[in-house]
Design a protein around this ligand. Sequence first.
Ligand code: SF4
Length: 291
Amino acid sequence: MKYTGPTYRPPYEAKSLLLQVTVGCTHNKCTFCTMYKDVKFSMESIEQIEKDLQEANEIYGDVKRVFLVNGDAFVLSARRLKPIAKLIIKYFPGVEVITMYASINNIKSKTDQELEELRNLRINDLWIGTETGHEETLEYMNKGFSLKDSYEQLGRLNKVGIRHIDILIFGGAGRGKGIENAIANAKLMNAAKPMGISITTMGTFGDSQLTKDVEMGKFVPATELEVLEEQKKFIELIIVDTAYLGIHGINTVTFDATLPKDREDAIKMVDNAMEKLDDEFLNSVPERHSI
Ligand code: SF4
């Protein structure tokens, strides 16, 4: 298998076949992100993709789930994605899910008909870099789309039957705005009805714009206590049936849950952490070095 540049995948895709279709990220401008900072975006050739599939077929035999790397692989047009999906089905006829990271803009650039065609080719599940439902925070994050776009495009995925797991960043709004962020995030998620919500926590990495802004005092990060209060408020407000996917190593309190069914247990876990962690830690901004 050929992999070029750094490869990131959600922790939940540990058992999926990772198939490289792009290198880097086309946007590469999010305030908090350095993942592909030094990587020039490029697309993998269909010949190399087929070679990788042949090799994977020899090694793994049967594969049910394929994760297409890298940062915003759904940026590929439907014209490019369809032959890739067909090749995956050729080598793995039993494949059930072809998934990848997607930006809201990657959905926007496809027609409903294209989305339906992709879904029929088993691209039926996407990890969306939603990050926040808080307008001002989204703007600061420089994602390149508006909150209105998030509501509209996630709604389009539901309409065409593509499941989605929406990624959120707790602490993303900074000091004093955690509850606002929780309320806005819950509002977006309750409307977007994702199959799952993947939770991460804001951190300063490398020489990101966020790191520079923190150094210059332009962005004041939330304390750990604020992040936990935000987490608790968010869980309280989720009314849509969804999976809460919170095991990412960057989070302080890590657990998976089904909401709203497990709400009480989930809240207890956050409360326990707030009780047990010492005040010095709770009132600090712990360093988080890697996404
Ligand atoms: S967060 Fe995602 S979209 Fe933004 S720069 Fe990083 S990889 Fe690209």
